[in-house]
Design a protein around this ligand. Structure first.
Ligand code: PLP
Length: 382
């Protein structure tokens, strides 16, 4: 039903107050979006690292539309069109030999699945995660998420989790014991402001997990599906995790999550499930996304280097097209506003960092245009 209230008025009156927002985006194409007044923005956020193929990529739109005409939903009581094909693709690009995939509807849910799998297959209860790590907002994924402001109001949380300083292998060695089911870690801490793992960290985690009989879960929700220039961030290291979790970039914006586990780690009948997960539309969107990204992946590292070089004077950090620039809380907000005014969408992540996670399909010209606006905003706020 139509309403004579504006979107903002409707939100203020009827919507829970969990988000503070004013801008209404109504259209997207490639690296650009448009607001309700027709103003155009170069989108360096891409729906928070989600619209990996850009907005409304024709191949993704076409795959979703074609599938919608055939079958929208059937449940996991039946073989779902596209599910087996997508599982095969994910296992292959992950390199987890003889591994298996399982689907979810979000990143948090993918992590829930990983925590459940780790518990049931190890018979152990507890987890170890890292300071400033982010793994989602559901009870289980929140229990392994660090940020006290979002976690502590919901205590007590399960499972029991010990937080260790990111990069500190000595502390990790002490924290992992015979009750630890798994260590969960991000290769780049995205929400924390884009903090890449120090060299040798993943190898150290792998060694400690092997020694103590704990599993290693790599949360690739933000870093996976090509974001860092390889299909998965762990592939920049010499190790293979036991479980990886995936979501954001996998469906170009169609909600989906997944986990891939190594050989021998599987849910058995009845141990996990979901009504919607891995539905026909999500699988079609993800298969089309992977197909598009196969052609894009070889250029992601180079694009990231161009963006880093353009912004070099402000000490950016990151891998591929996940880049953070420290600015400080107040300055970051000002930079966000100036960029927005000048037609570029950036993001303020934790600890006052500007986060850039543009579509992986972004062109060199678009990168340079965005960088010019961002540079100008940094200079104006210096
Ligand atoms: C966004 C994110 C999640 C949570 O994903 P949702 O789809 O929002 O539930 C989990 N882990 C990481 C690393 C993320 O960036």
């Amino acid at each position: 039903m139509a309403s004579d209230m504006t979107s903002k008025e409707l939100e203020d009156k009827y919507f829970m107050k969990a988000f503070g927002r004013d801008l209404k985006i109504v259209k997207g194409s490639g690296s650009y979006v448009w607001d309700e007044n027709g103003k155009k923005y170069l989108d360096m956020l891409a729906g928070i690292a989600v619209c990996s193929t850009g907005h409304c990529h024709p191949k993704v739109v076409d795959a979703i539309c074609r599938q919608a005409h055939e079958l929208i939903h059937i449940s996991n009581l039946f073989l779902v069109p596209g599910q087996g094909e997508l599982a095969k693709e994910l296992v292959e690009i992950s390199g987890l030999k003889n591994g298996r995939a399982f689907f979810s509807n979000s990143g948090a849910e993918a992590n829930e699945g990983a925590l459940k799998l780790a518990r049931i297959r190890t018979g152990r209860k507890n987890f170890v995660a890292f300071v400033d790590g982010f793994h989602g907002r559901t009870m289980g994924s929140l229990a392994v998420t660090y940020k006290p402001a979002i976690r502590e109001p919901f205590m007590p949380l399960e499972p029991k989790c010990t937080f260790v300083e990111y990069g500190n292998l000595e502390a990790l060695e002490k924290a992992v014991d015979g009750d630890t089911a798994a260590v969960i870690v991000e290769g780049v801490q995205g929400e924390a402001g884009v903090v890449p793992a120090p060299k040798g960290f993943y190898e150290g985690i792998r060694r400690i997990c092997d020694e103590k009989g704990a599993l290693m879960i790599c949360d690739e929700v933000q870093t996976g599906i090509g974001r860092t220039g390889k299909w998965f961030c762990f592939q920049h290291t010499g190790i293979t995790p036991d479980i990886i979790t995936i979501a954001k970039g996998i469906g170009s914006g169609f909600p989906m999550g997944a986990l891939v586990a190594r050989e021998g780690l599987t849910f058995n009948a009845g141990e996990h499930g979901s009504t919607f997960a891995g539905g026909p539309l999500a699988c079609a969107a993800a298969l089309a996304t992977l197909d598009v990204l196969k052609g894009v992946l070889p250029d992601v590292s180079k694009k990231g280097e161009i963006l880093m070089k353009e912004l070099a004077e402000f000490s950016p950090r990151g891998i591929g097209l996940i880049i953070g620039i420290p600015a400080g809380e107040e300055r970051a907000k000002k930079i966000y506003d100036i960029c927005l005014k000048n037609g570029v969408i950036v993001n303020c992540a934790s600890h006052g960092a500007i986060r850039l996670v543009p579509p992986l399909t972004i062109s060199e010209e678009e990168i340079k245009a965005a960088a010019a606006v961002i540079k100008d905003a940094f200079k104006q706020t210096a």
